[in-house]
Design a binder for this molecule. Structure first.
Ligand SMILES: [Zn+2]
Length: 137
């Protein structure tokens, strides 16, 4: 049973009680029923609106995904280098050597790959201290 069906069922039950309209209890029950009906109807409307909103959001999301794909494709055809570089880097952890350098100023440990080592120097990403490496391979 959904909420509307439950409400209808409940209304039927209340009607079956043959409540005396003059009694205070009856007024309370009727008022509660009215309030309940309002709330259920409001909720149904909200839920409808929400699922509509969700559908729209899904569509926007799909559109955005399509735009993103288009952008990436356009980007990769323009600058293929940056993309293939990125791919290589993520592989490096497996088959290429990393060097760990400890910054003498802040004690931070920095991972360097061979490319950076070959440059010979860099700034510590933590404190900005200029680090120089002189490795004998
Ligand atoms: Zn440092």
């Amino acid at each position: 049973m959904n909420k509307l069906e439950k409400l209808a069922y409940l209304k039927g039950l209340v009607a079956g009680l043959n409540l005396n309209d003059d009694k205070k209890d009856t007024k309370v029950i009727k008022y509660l029923m009215e309030l309940l009906e309002d709330m259920v109807l409001d909720m149904e409307n909200l839920e409808d609106g929400f699922s509509e909103f969700q559908q729209q959001l899904d569509e926007v999301d799909e559109d955005l995904g399509a735009i993103e794909r288009d952008l990436y494709e356009a980007d990769s055809s323009k600058s293929d280098n940056t993309k293939s570089n990125k791919k290589k880097k993520s592989k490096k952890t497996k088959d290429e050597l990393y060097y760990e350098v400890t910054c003498p100023t802040c004690g931070d440990t920095i991972c360097l790959d061979e490319d950076l080592i070959n440059v010979g120097e860099m700034e510590c990403p933590n404190c900005g201290e200029k680090l120089e490496f002189d490795l004998d391979n």
